[in-house]
Design a protein around this ligand. Structure first.
Ligand code: AHG
Ligand code: MN
Ligand code: MN
Length: 339
């Protein structure tokens, strides 16, 4: 019976995803349930890190040239094992693994590529700040190892699902799979996620902008002009916007998704390491762009739609301007010389 999808409040994530009224393809529901299950393990570990000596850094540097937190590695391994166990995931790309992981035995027709950031906002772990997990799901098209790169480096429009888990005052699972964006809150008594934010829609315009203002001196002229404009008082256009910045993309984007406004991680002027910004396309920017667009928002580099970008490398960085459609369009006008 194709009634409304299961989106009345109080429905658990498991029931929602397994119900035939929720328009989700094939094994995707089972895959998302697995990600939800493993996120509860990560949530528990985040909550107990200080008690378990899991704070701090391993002393190793990842492919990004960044310090690896203990929880980054632990969460990566837990996610890899869980995705392997599903039998559905043929290829994995992770912020914490230099090369993609190919799982031959899972590489059947209809299998998935999952790109993920096991712990986003790691610098917040040791100060008990909000962190998250970000994931992006797309189909394998070929089946052998030789087809792996071609299947990974595809536009964000080919994602079949994307989501994030936010380990904040409550743990939330937010996903989109082509129809709507739904948010679930972990109910410890049920030990399952319960639908609390059905059909999230981002406001057309917001009142906050979210960017690391400390990089102002490194930005290109258009970025500076966007931020100068948003922070200049003008009652008629609801300015100045308030600045909100957690330093964890999941936390900053969750606020932007619910309340509207703008999140930016722009590139820096010149040809340095951060010329394209800091955030990675496959497992941070593209999944978040997919989610925000399905909530009615917009995501671009300032010049081009994020989901139309054809990736060339696994850990490729892109500048991102994302959030309420009116706010992103306004920012784009500065980048495109219309303001
Ligand atoms: P990660 O911890 O996975 O490396 O991601 C951190 C990212 C993102 O979460 C956040 O928006 C950004 O880094 C903050 O960077 P700055 O500290 O340079 O502002
Ligand atoms: Mn991240
Ligand atoms: Mn990370």
């Amino acid at each position: 019976m194709m009634g409304d999808p299961m989106i009345s409040k109080g429905i658990t994530l498991t029931r929602h995803l397994l119900d035939d009224r929720t328009p989700i393809e094939g094994d995707l529901g089972a895959l998302l349930i697995k990600i939800g299950t493993v996120s509860k393990l990560i949530s528990r570990e985040v909550n107990r890190a200080a008690l378990h000596g899991k704070l701090g850094y391993t002393g190793e540097i990842n492919v990004q040239g960044e310090q690896i937190a203990q929880l980054d590695l632990w969460s990566n391994d837990v996610l890899v094992d869980a995705l392997k166990e599903t039998g559905l995931v043929c290829t994995m790309v992770s912020e914490e693994m230099e090369a993609p992981l190919h799982v031959d035995r899972n590489c059947l027709p209809g299998s998935y590529v999952v790109c993920f950031d096991p712990v986003d906002g790691s610098s917040n772990i040791d100060i008990n700040g909000t962190v998250g997990t970000i994931f992006s799901v797309r189909h394998r098209r070929g089946h052998g190892r030789e087809h792996m790169a071609a299947d990974i480096l595809r536009k964000g429009t080919e994602q079949v699902a994307a989501g994030y888990v936010m380990y904040g005052p409550s743990t939330m699972f937010v996903y989109a799979a082509g129809h709507a964006v739904h948010g679930f809150t972990w109910d410890h008594t049920l030990d399952d996620y319960v639908l609390t934010h059905p059909d999230i829609r981002i406001p057309r315009q917001g009142k906050t902008y979210s960017v690391n203002h400390g990089n102002y001196h490194r930005w290109s002229e258009p970025t500076r002009r966007v931020v100068d404009y948003l922070s200049t008082p003008d009652k008629a256009t609801g300015r100045p916007y308030s600045l909100r910045y957690v330093g964890s993309m999941v936390a900053d984007l969750h606020r932007t998704l619910l309340e509207g406004g703008l999140f930016m991680y722009p590139g820096e002027a010149g040809e340095g390491k951060n010329a394209k910004g800091k955030l990675r396309l496959l497992y941070e920017v593209a999944p978040m762009a997919y989610i925000v667009e399905q909530a009615g928002g917009r995501a671009s580099t300032g010049d081009e739609r994020i989901l139309d970008i054809e990736p060339s490398e696994y850990h490729q960085r892109v500048p991102i301007i994302i959030g309420s459609p009116d706010d992103v369009i306004l920012a784009e006008e500065f980048y495109q010389g219309k303001r």
